[in-house]
Ligand binder design. Structure first.
Ligand code: ADP
Length: 650
């Protein structure tokens, strides 16, 4: 077995790999970019090597530097995690050429399967059903258009070198073929440096089901059952589970057999995932192979009771697979939710920034890459943690996941926790009756929240009680409020004003009831039950909803059933109002990717003034009015904070 492994990654997956290394008595070396200097993934490493500046292209994607670091620190293997260099065959080959073991498939397998068209052809030859399509990939608009006509509408155009659901385009009308093909080739070229497209029949309302496979150097290939990943937002997985619900046993059997057949046909080594889409008629079609550990691997670990990172390391070290197919069992049901630093109420805008206080749930498995007082940098993927639960039944796993999300404290960071709670409370989700477009089609139902007034009600109660006393309500009743009794008939306990930017809440604290403090805001009534405070975080309940509150830099950082609300004791001009007042401010913290205007330019309303890049996404800053550019406060490549003025228009 290896003595020392370099983990070529960051965040939760680097922490996850480190954990298995520690358990197996393997030393590990961590690498980091400047912005990750104090990050949790460095803990416990025998050596920590700085590899460059924040942007991934200047750090985590620098294969040569990572290999040099491995050699300098005396490692004998490199684990790439997922993302970054994990599916880069050139990197895998360079690692091997440097005399190190690459924890993953062979460079040849990564290269062949990384090309969707070649992968499909290989799988078809191995009798794995593939989505009907147009054959070889091409970047000639004429050829692609003729493939579209041959396959028949509706079709899906996919970049052959693509990933992460990017650049895919559905065509439903013959009239749009020409334009759609041209633009899809252009996008593929700019996103992946390769304009070739494949053409597939578009399957309506499919499920996404994938099979975990594993191969060793002794010729064994096994599967570890399937995972259902149909809960996606814009082709990005949000909640995953194992096994797939409502899947006939006979279909499951054919699915896992097809994956093993496909993997065997290419002599697959190490961990891999065969992705399929499954139609409402249970016909399944191969999509692609992910030649690495998946984000959602923990659900498979829960139901099989195995450590897949350990398997990866053993297989890479030349050991045979720990179990035969017959010995691998699936027990109970597991579910995972991905926690992203993003704002569901604002079109899921990435929301990097300072992490206030983090407290993980008392139940469930947590995979995280952040800690209290840390930072979520704007350069990388916005996923900050995963919660995983396991139970005898699907309903049990789902209930535990819903509860664990409610018990997660992430004060000060905007996340999708509230969104995830609403998704898990949905009847179709609970029934396991969803397809890959379900969350997009029902988006508003899960993004809308009424957290603001509720948060104000909760915060007003703490203000009355005194911020620091431990549970004063239980200790001595309504201390500190009695002398205000006759000032306000509607609010005998007191009245508290709180502002969310320009939105004001006048909270009338009325009376103490068995359920807590009765608070009225504009006629709506809440019974807020404060439960105490610990380490500066107050917490309590309103009905079945939990809230957390922390006083931070002159404002209340509230988390109400997973949704973040920031309240101030005085009215302030919020970032949103600054934007609507015509100021071209950064919509989020990030890097200036482009500045298409110059000082003195005349611009009209709606013109793009700047592009801010954060977490692999670009966001345009549009001019709110006609005018002249008076000043530009930044240059391309600069980092900006949310709300900072970028371009001044007069
Ligand atoms: P990527 O490599 O970009 O992730 P995939 O081929 O894995 O692309 O597809 C991503 C998602 O797109 C799938 O999970 C599914 O939701 C959807 N999808 C892919 N191919 C089809 C298809 N032919 N018909 C309908 N949906 C599809």
């Amino acid at each position: 077995m290896f003595q020392r492994v370099l983990i070529a990654n960051r965040g939760e997956i680097a922490c996850r790999i480190a954990r298995t290394c520690r358990r197996m008595g393997i030393e590990y070396v961590a690498v980091y970019a400047d912005v990750d200097a104090g990050a949790p993934h460095l803990e416990g490493a025998v050596a920590r090597v700085r590899i460059g500046a924040g942007p991934a292209a200047q750090s985590y994607l620098l294969g040569e530097r990572i290999i040099a670091a491995s050699l300098e620190t005396g490692c004998d293997a490199v684990h790439p995690g997922y993302g970054f260099l994990s599916e880069n065959s050139g990197f895998a080959a360079a690692v091997t050429a440097a005399g190190l073991m690459f924890v993953g498939p062979t460079p040849q397998t990564i290269a062949t399967l990384g090309d969707k068209a070649r992968a499909k052809a290989l799988m078809e030859a191995a009798r794995v059903p593939v989505v009907p399509g147009g054959g070889d990939a091409s970047d000639d608009p004429e050829i692609v258009a003729s493939m579209v006509r041959k396959v028949g509408l509706p079709v899906l155009l996919k970049p052959s070198a693509g990933g992460g659901g990017k650049g895919m385009r559905v065509i439903t009308q013959l009239a749009e073929v020409g334009d759609a093909v041209d633009s899809a080739i252009r996008i593929a070229r700019s996103s992946f440096g390769d304009g070739r497209l494949i053409v597939e029949r578009y399957i309506d309302k499919p499920r996404h089901i994938e099979v975990q496979v594993f191969g060793d150097t002794h010729g064994n290939v096994v599967h570890l059952f399937e995972r259902e990943c149909s809960l996606q937002r814009r082709h990005q997985k949000v909640v995953e589970e194992a096994p797939a619900p409502n899947l006939p046993q006979e279909v499951r059997q054919r699915l896992v057999e097809a994956a093993v057949r496909g993997a065997s046909s290419v002599g697959y080594l190490n961990a891999g995932t065969f992705e399929f889409i499954v139609g409402p008629d249970f016909q399944f079609y191969f999509l692609e192979v992910n030649t690495r550990l998946q984000v959602e691997h923990p659900v498979t670990e829960c139901v099989t009771g195995r450590d897949l990172v350990e398997w990866q390391l053993r297989v890479a070290a030349g050991e045979p697979l720990p179990l035969s197919q017959e010995q691998i069992r699936c027990t109970g049901h597991a579910m995972e939710a991905r926690i992203y630093a993003e704002d569901p109420a604002n079109d899921f805008r990435p929301s990097p920034g300072d992490v206030g206080t983090v407290r993980w749930p008392r139940d469930g498995r947590v995979e995280s890459g952040i800690a209290s007082g840390g930072v979520v940098p704007s350069f990388y993927d916005p996923m900050v943690a995963k919660l995983v639960t396991h139970a005898d039944t699907r309903a049990g796993a789902l209930t535990r996941l819903h509860a664990a999300l409610g018990d997660t404290v992430l004060v000060g960071l905007t996340t999708n926790i509230g969104y995830l709670r609403r998704v898990l409370a949905d009847a179709s989700v609970q029934a396991g009756q969803v397809h890959t477009r379900y969350l997009d089609e029902h988006g508003a139902r899960f993004t809308a929240n009424e957290a603001s007034a509720l948060a104000a009600a909760c915060a007003s109660v703490i203000g009355l009680a005194g911020c620091n006393a431990a549970n004063p309500w239980v200790a001595d009743g309504l201390r500190g409020a009695g002398d205000r009794a006759d000032l306000d008939a509607e609010a005998p306990l007191g009245r508290v004003e709180l502002w969310e930017g320009e939105l004001g809440f006048s909270c009338a604290l009325q009376t103490r009831t068995p359920e807590g403090i009765r608070v009225a805001i504009n006629g709506a009534i809440w019974n807020v039950c404060p439960l105490g405070d610990a380490d500066g975080v107050h917490h309590g309940r309103v009905g079945s909803r939990y809230w957390f509150a922390q006083w931070h830099q002159g404002r209340w950082e509230m988390q109400v059933d997973g949704d973040r609300v920031v309240l101030q004791p005085a009215r302030t001009r919020s970032f949103n109002t600054a934007a609507t007042a015509g100021l071209a401010v950064a919509p989020m913290s990030g890097t200036i990717a482009a500045l298409p205007v110059r000082v003195g330019d005349r611009v009209s309303q709606g013109a793009t003034l700047a592009i801010v890049e954060a977490m692999k996404m670009e966001h345009g800053v549009a001019s709110a009015r006609d005018g002249t550019v008076r000043a530009i406060a930044f240059s391309v490549g600069d980092t900006v904070k949310a709300g900072e003025l970028i371009v001044d228009i007069e």
